[in-house]
Design a protein around this ligand. Structure first.
Ligand code: 3EB
Length: 339
């Protein structure tokens, strides 16, 4: 039987990037099986079913020229709702959700509140496993109470994991954390009824073990998360940068940082293929999103990616502040394979 003939009982996850202009033609399908939609600009994407969780994130799109919307789909009918400040949609196996919190001048409290409500919601809703979370907030390098906001964010996040009795090492979600031009703390996430396998990178110290020079509390994320369901293996690669061990390499050199990042991603892919029943992922099985620091040209990054990735690989370039000042680029990816 061809894989396209199989509708997995649990619902399979897919990701598409659609030009804004093509949304109306897809409205029926999205109405039935959509999980969520993300646009890149402060405004929410338009022309989407009203019940679908959706966000606009103030990370302007740099490439391709035509604005796209990131749409998460299931192979099954999805149900949707709003619980407190969380908009969500689920398919019986995966839950997609969005949540925004004003940060004012206290990102640490805003982060704590955000993760407290997120964890409470996930436990009550029966999707306890946080698999992947995207974190965005403005003024990421500004100091608040004598500490950079990204480092305050890490305190607020770790405290919430502790309050929820969740581990702060090992079984952590895949994640990214980027600075936006404006807006509230904006998170979106994918949770699951079953646990994902956390993957670490042999070239990098686990972020949850970073030493104190990067802040009083370590970042609570794993390098990748591998989620198996009946009909599908999905992989979420966290934001990945030019870090080896715990040190940033190639300051000021976007091309070299991109090559180092690709080496990190390649190392992760070989680790995940070494898992029991390794799914045989190649770099061609992923969709990539590259975050580029404002003022940094995309061309050298594009050239390095074109040299390393198969010709048809699509990469979405967004402008954002990567969480260490010397880092110019960070790349994340999503991939899925069916047996
Ligand atoms: C790094 O490897 C680069 O704080 O959630 C990447 C992915 C980074 C996630 C996070 C930070 C986060 O440390 C930065």
């Amino acid at each position: 039987m061809s894989p396209t003939m199989v509708t997995p009982a649990e619902g399979a996850l897919s990701l598409v990037y659609l030009p804004q202009a093509e949304l109306p033609a897809m409205a029926g399908l999205i109405e039935e099986r959509g999980l969520g939609a993300v646009g890149f600009g402060a405004d929410q994407p338009v022309d989407l079913p009203r019940s679908l969780p959706r966000l606009g994130i103030a990370t302007p799109q740099m490439q391709p020229a035509e604005a796209v919307v990131e749409i998460w789909m299931s192979t099954r009918r999805t149900s949707r709702g709003r619980t407190g400040a969380i908009d969500w949609a689920c398919d019986g196996h995966h839950l997609f959700g969005t949540l925004q919190t004003e940060t004012g001048s206290d990102i640490r409290s805003a982060t704590g509140q955000t993760y407290d409500s997120l964890f409470r919601f996930l436990d009550r809703h029966g999707y306890p496993h946080l698999v992947r979370i995207w974190n965005y907030f403005p003024r990421i390098h500004r100091e608040e109470a004598g500490l950079e906001r990204y480092r305050q964010f890490n305190i607020g996040r770790q405290d919430a994991f502790l309050r929820a009795n969740r581990p702060i090492a090992g079984a952590l979600p895949a994640a990214c954390a980027l600075g936006t031009q404006t807006g509230p703390l904006t998170v979106y996430f994918i949770a699951s009824r079953t646990a994902a396998i956390p993957i670490e990178n042999p070239r990098q110290l686990s972020a949850y073990l970073y030493p104190g020079e990067y802040g009083p509390r370590s970042p609570s994320f794993s390098r990748a998360a591998l989620l198996r369901s009946e009909g599908q293996t999905t992989v979420f690669i966290s934001g990945t940068a030019s870090i080896v061990g715990h040190e940033s390499l190639h300051p000021g050199d976007a091309a070299a940082q991109t090559r180092e990042t690709l080496a990190n991603i390649a190392a992760l892919v070989s680790v995940l293929n070494g898992e029991p029943d390794g799914a045989g992922f190649t770099l061609a099985d992923f969709r990539y999103k590259a975050y580029v620091r404002p003022g940094c040209a995309t061309e050298p990054i594009q050239w390095e990616l074109a040299a390393a990735l198969p010709a048809a690989t699509e990469v979405l370039f967004l402008q954002a502040d990567v969480c260490r000042q010397e880092l110019l680029v960070e790349i994340e990816a999503f991939g899925s394979r069916s047996p």
